[in-house]
Design a protein around this ligand. Structure first.
Ligand code: F0G
Length: 399
């Protein structure tokens, strides 16, 4: 069924207005990243486009984070948690699954710290093909596991790490008719570079001076750098940002220059000891004049709380590594006060409610009685939210 855009137009407007309104209406709703950025992606008329209309995520100004960092301009937060499955993975998965279906695949396979498996499962369901996901047992956030299950993935938990799972899926895909949809599949990164395109467009054709981003398997920093370079090569932007990637201290193989055998961090999504895109991530950092560095779990937690309590933005722990990195750089005087900054927040906080519950005091319970509620309100005391604030939330927990 097709909708006639002119049917949406109000009567009595001038012809010029009608023409421009018809133009806007005929563009229709956001069509997903493949249709929007088709000219940059390896699709033809023969490619079945498997989409959940991913992308077009907001770039939200964060004044209080900027204040905390001593910056003069708001920091821009790219909220990738607002993609259909709640993380940036959807940008790459739409292309990887579309190309897999074009090539006749009946099943896709991935290893994951959670978000890739959620996205692969959803896009495979959309395509009507099977998905199989390998995850480290007991080490992925509950919301992500829930997504894989409800989208009908075959979920296999392994007694091992994400890195072990990745080695296993690589070996399986070599010898069996199942398509790998980890970021070793080049279509994943091609799809993910659309996030950089959006940033350039959302900034009105500018690029940020610095782009802050968490680093796990190191695909996303690679993809953003590809995207920024593509727009620059076309002459659509006149500069390139410095890429600043952040690993967690207990899972920082790139920073330490060696594989980490037993990576450990509170930010489970980036608990990775041997990233697949290690070299290309390093190139992205070096070519851009940026750097890959690390933040402690305490710094990640402080940024996680600050985003939620001071900006109203709930991201997952790994995502907060970008803002933790920004605050660390700012404290060390490594960024000019007038810099324009974008931080990618890679996944939605609701993916991982357990992390919040673990670090928080239980909410108070009182009788269902007005006096009991009023007694508990303490309106002259702490600000709203103070009662249930996070344990040790001095840093931005209540203001
Ligand atoms: N943030 C989140 C929320 C992630 O899920 C990941 C990676 C990253 C950051 C790091 O991105 O790997 O491109 O450097 N998650 C993968 C997964 C590994 O399996 O979901 P990266």
């Amino acid at each position: 069924m097709s909708v006639d855009p002119s049917a949406l137009l109000p009567g009595g407007t001038s012809q010029a207005e009608r023409a421009s309104q018809a133009g806007a209406a005929s563009q229709g709703p956001w069509p997903g990243v493949i249709r929007r950025y088709r000219e940059f992606l390896p699709v033809t008329d023969a490619t079945p486009i498997i989409t959940l209309n991913e992308g077009n995520t907001p770039l939200v100004p964060a004044i209080r984070i900027a204040e905390r960092a001593g910056l003069e301009r708001p920091v821009h937060l790219k909220l990738e948690g607002l993609n259909p499955t709640g993380s940036f993975k959807d940008r790459g998965m739409t292309l990887a699954v579309s190309k897999a279906v074009e090539d006749g695949a009946r099943a896709v396979l991935c290893a994951s710290t959670g978000n890739t498996s959620a996205s692969a499962a959803a896009y495979a369901a959309r395509a009507g093909i099977r998905s199989v996901v390998l995850i480290p047992r007991g080490k992925i956030a509950l919301g992500k596991l829930t997504q894989a299950i409800i989208h009908n993935a075959s979920v296999i938990q392994i007694e091992g790490s994400f890195d072990d799972a990745l080695n296993l899926v690589k070996a399986v895909c070599r010898d069996h008719p199942i398509t790998l949809v980890n970021s070793l599949n080049p279509h994943r990164l091609e799809g993910q570079m659309t996030a950089a395109f959006e940033v350039c467009e959302q900034l009105g054709g500018r690029v940020p001076d610095f782009h802050y981003i968490p680093v796990g398997n190191a695909g996303n920093i690679t993809a953003y750098w590809m995207g920024y370079r593509k727009f620059h090569e076309r002459g659509w932007t006149d500069a390139l940002p410095r890429m600043r990637g952040w690993q967690a201290e207990g899972a920082a193989p790139i920073v330490r220059g060696r594989v980490v055998e037993n990576p450990e961090t509170f930010a489970s999504a980036i608990r990775i000891g041997n990233p697949a895109s290690w070299k290309s991530a390093l190139s992205a950092a070096e070519e851009s004049g940026g750097r890959i560095d690390m933040v402690s779990d305490e710094e990640i937690q402080a940024a996680y709380r600050l985003l939620a309590s001071a900006e109203g933005i709930f991201c997952e722990p790994a995502s907060a590594a970008s803002v933790a990195g920004l605050l660390k750089d700012a404290a060390a005087g490594r960024i000019p006060r007038d810099a324009e900054i974008v931080c990618t927040l890679t996944g939605h906080g609701l993916k991982d409610p357990e992390s919040v519950i673990r670090m928080s005091e239980k909410p108070a319970t009182v009788e269902a009685d007005v006096d009991a509620v009023v007694a508990r309100l303490d309106l002259d005391g702490e600000p709203a939210g103070g009662r249930n604030r996070l344990k040790g939330a001095g840093e931005g927990g209540s203001r």
